[in-house]
Write a protein that binds this ligand. Structure first.
Ligand code: 13P
Length: 258
């Protein structure tokens, strides 16, 4: 199975989200082997997008979550509220939140623990800055992010976890990581996560790549066994580009089925 996650970020309003959701679903029409599709609209569009994707097989996710159930947390959204509007997957620790909103590893850990407790599926983002990448210390930073995020976490057999390797320098720059960098990091993420969370979790973990994924490069990433899917930002709100990414996933799945 290959997964495509569409992170629409703060790029579309409610009306645009509805139209984009319809267009996104159309990209799957008539195909024999389809990837798993997860759509992450802005919070305000979740209810409307839910109606569009109902019974389509596409999955509804949120771009962020808070770690308490309810209370005096102005401006925050709880996991229960998300579940109420049909959300099953939640992005946690995106680098834009780490950098712009100063989200810390400790906050990310609280979110991970809370989301597991409520049975939502986290999509944890990890990745190094350009400076760290140039210094050849990417794995050190990713290791630290993983250890902090999963501190005190215990996966139950029914839990599912996605980890997206998103190098900060590759996000929105048009400069993606190379296939060999991605594969090497995915192997590392899988084995370290297994070490942190325990031997039996391997089948519960999926590792995805994000950072300037487009219709041109998606096939090269998705055909790798180590790449369970892609997390797409900019190209997910441009339906022609997104269609090509879906096409790439379908081709990979088709090739794997013979
Ligand atoms: P781009 O695909 O625009 O590089 O964004 C990636 C991303 O941040 C997805 O979460």
């Amino acid at each position: 199975m290959k997964t495509i996650i569409a992170n629409w970020k703060m790029n579309v309003g409610v009306r645009e989200s509805v139209a984009l959701a319809r267009g996104t679903l159309l990209t799957l029409r008539g195909r024999k082997h389809i990837p798993e599709l997860v759509i992450l609209p802005p919070f305000v569009a979740l209810s409307e997008v839910r109606k569009v994707v109902a019974r389509s097989g596409a999955i509804l996710g949120a771009q962020n979550v808070f770690w308490e159930d309810a209370g005096a947390y102005t401006g925050e959204i709880s996991a229960r509220m998300l579940q109420e509007v049909g959300v099953t997957h939640v992005l946690i620790g995106h680098s834009e939140r780490r950098q712009v909103l100063h989200e810390t590893d400790e906050m990310i850990n609280k979110k991970i623990l809370h989301v597991f407790e409520l049975g939502l599926k986290p999509i944890l983002c990890v990745g190094e800055t350009a400076q760290v990448h140039q210094a050849g210390k990417s794995k050190d930073v990713v290791a630290q992010q993983l250890k902090a995020a999963f501190s005190s976490a215990h996966l139950r057999p029914s839990d599912r976890l996605s980890i997206a390797y998103e190098p900060v320098w590759a996000i929105g720059t048009g400069q993606s990581a190379t296939v060999s960098e991605i594969v090497e990091m995915h192997v590392f993420i899988r084995s370290l996560t297994q070490e942190i969370l325990g031997e039996r979790v391997l089948s519960q973990i999926r590792v995805l790549y994000g950072g300037s994924v487009d219709g041109e490069n998606a096939y090269r990433f998705l055909r790798e066994k180590e790449v369970d899917g892609v997390l797409v930002g900019g190209a997910s709100v441009k339906i022609n580009q997104f269609k090509d990414i879906v096409q790439a996933a379908c081709e990979v799945l088709e090739a794997q089925s013979v």
